[in-house]
Design a binder for this molecule. Sequence first.
Ligand SMILES: [Zn+2]
Length: 270
Amino acid sequence: MTHATSFSAEQLKSLHQPVPGGVAVLDITGTGQGQTPAPTARYLNKPVLVARTDTGRWFAIVGIPLSAPIEKQELEVSRGGKKSIEIFLIRDKKYREQRITLKTNKHVDLSPEDLARYEREKKLQDDAYQQFSAQSPSNILLDRPVKGPLSSPFGLKRFFNDQPRAPHSGLDFAVPTGTPVQSPAAGRVILVGDYFFNGKTVFVDHGQGMISMFCHLSTIDVKSGQQLARGQILGKVGATGRVTGAHLHWNVSLNDARVDPAIFIGMFTS
Ligand SMILES: [Zn+2]
């Protein structure tokens, strides 16, 4: 059963934060007599997570990229072979800016070797985010991967030595090296590596395009292909890659859009 898991509509609707870098939750059950097969949905030409409620309704849980323009968005819905377009609106969100001075430019102006390495590693990670497995997530409200205070928020606009960098794609927790990292939902490890920027990194596929990434780990305790239970320890916090100190960086991706993990742990601020 692909859709064995069901959720309360309240739980699903609590994720509705339709901003760039947020999530839109849309009821796509449709009208029509009797129960049709599970609908499917696509956004920006990518498959979208569709979750069933305990009352038999279907909701699309759409990740909105940070780069999304503030205009009408289109969700392509398919029910029993019939396609339709559902329009939804997003609102703007102002993200904070941060200027960081680094002593050396090693991680700002990359050498040709480092650039080639970065591009190789980026391809692997981009591919991981595009995976879409049929399994429904075990839980849609996620557990915190570590216990500890939040530090850098998602979406922070960063400048390193005055050069603009990609906005912060995840959420940071200020926790010491060695803190165990728990998988926030069940899932399968789809990629592990030790990368130029992200350091020791684990990707977990929670199902239907919901994918977590954990970076800067000191140790990785899992292997690619391994199935993880909710709460299972996958590694320990560290300071590998481009960091100024030990912390956990956690990304959450839906339909290949990195979204604010705070939404899934009840910590979102608009
Ligand atoms: Zn971070």
